[in-house]
Design a protein around this ligand. Sequence first.
Ligand SMILES: O=P(O)(O)OC[C@H]1O[C@H](OP(=O)(O)OP(=O)(O)O)[C@H](O)[C@@H]1O
Ligand SMILES: NC(=O)CC[C@H](N)C(=O)O
Ligand SMILES: [Mg+2]
Length: 562
Amino acid sequence: MSADKSSVCGILGLLLHDPLSTQTSAAGTELAEGLSLLQHRGQDAAGIVTCGSGGRFYQVKANGMVRDIFDAQAVAGLKGWMGVGHARYPTAGSSAQAEAQPFYVNSPYGIVFAHNGNLINTASLRQFIDAEAHRHINTDSDSELLLNIFANNLQKTGKFRINEEDIFTAISDLMKTCKGAYASIAMLAGFGLIVFRDPNGIRPCGLATRAGVRGGTDYLVASESVVGQGLGFHGWDDVKAGEAIIITRNKITRRIVGQPEVLAPDIFEYVYFARPDSTIDGISVYRSRMAMGDLLAETAKKELAKAGLNVDVVIPVPDTSRVAALQCAQHLGIPYREGFVKNRYVGRTFIMPGQSQRRKNVRRKLNAMPMEFAGKVVMLVDDSIVRGTTSKEIVQMAKDVGAKKVIFASCAPPIRFPNVYGIDMPSRHELVAHGRTQAEIAQEIGADLVIYQTLEDLVQSCRQFNPSIQEFECSVFTGKYVTGGVDERYLEHIEKLRNDNAKAKKLHGKVQEQEFLVEGCSGPMNGSDSLIGLSNHSPKVGPTAMPSPNDMVGLHNSWYGS
Ligand SMILES: O=P(O)(O)OC[C@H]1O[C@H](OP(=O)(O)OP(=O)(O)O)[C@H](O)[C@@H]1O
Ligand SMILES: NC(=O)CC[C@H](N)C(=O)O
Ligand SMILES: [Mg+2]
């Protein structure tokens, strides 16, 4: 993962009570700010859609980083009192701009939709949507499918105006049909926000409130609590597994609609994805990483004694592992040193399919300080070893600057299986631990010894802060998928999508698509874009591309503010 940093998504929803905000870009401004606090979750594309007077939607979305897409001009066009945002790293379909979120469908009622997660039964859903629901799906994105299942369930009521019961029933039916992970936010034109989390609550999502500027309550929904804190919201509350929440200007209604509602949050959020200053399902990410360091130290003590090694210094692999490495060093009573300095100005290298490019990128990103390594037995601590690209390169760098011996310790157990719930883990054969013993992994990355956290200790690092959580989603370590229903055919399918060759091909396709756009033709469009023709696509190519806000053709809506 080192080349792309994160490979999950961030979702965000905001509803302001202030009636005057209908005419301003107050919500759009805060959404852009909030999205920048979720940037670590996905750097491929970002989008915001707001809803203004008359239920009209305004949209800005593009490939690239939040700060590049949402400049003052873009934000100024995002008018309205509520909105939805998304920062994307694709796990299904491609990274084409047409698959950037939020998605939109005009029928019924006008729905905007953002999704974090991944569906595992897309083939049968696609068949249903096509053959039975007769709805058009224009991309390979699973999120567009999820939106259309939701829209179809609402449409089935046949009502001009739906009520809360109808919405809860639609989501309950969706949860029976859609398998996989989904933390989702839907915005109904002129009405409000609808939030739901799959029956295992695999991906994180919570909400918070604050007093509105002219009275009433403002609502925020986001993947991580850090957004609430950053925007001045209080009382962070996680959406429960299988829960659906309807938020309007005047009221919030919550109900568990999914079965079996066994919370099993993805443990990798704590290991790597989430920001340390977030709390997810009642567990501080920071504290869980400290605990990972403590428990890793216990395992390290045993393994080092077995190998007859005495460590001189503990060095983290920046950034994520710092918290755990410091704690591990303290627990072992061994000095902690920042032996690697990270160049924080190396931006994301836009989609890196090749292994050689990834390796170069590690060297560009990290630099070793010789005095911390020379003549020493060093223990490097990282949060996880995925492909082994970072560890291999880093071990070599440590040796190049004179380390006597290099021990590599991981806060997570060996990763041997792909993730199917919204993390773009590489294909099995690209995982360095797949089919290798611990000794073989050490040999592969060039370390004198590799130490892994046990799964039991990793679970304990998180669970001790919220013992009510009975289960965590740990399939990347165990191959056991919490939802069931992941068969070998599906795994083969995602392997084909995720291996380096496939990504290289996609990249090629993307370049072609961009060239296509330069010539002024339209690329693939998602639902809404078919209404607004080309305007969703930036006429420019490259990271500086900046779309102008689009006035999406919204239905005139009498729910609010028309
Ligand atoms: O085995 P690999 O395939 O190399 O992947 C594992 C590495 O990737 C991540 O770091 P990254 O540089 O993405 O982010 P960070 O700065 O948050 O640690 C993670 O923290 C590991 O260091
Ligand atoms: N990482 C994610 O949550 C991605 C969401 C969705 N599956 C997509 O590919 O756009
Ligand atoms: Mg790292």
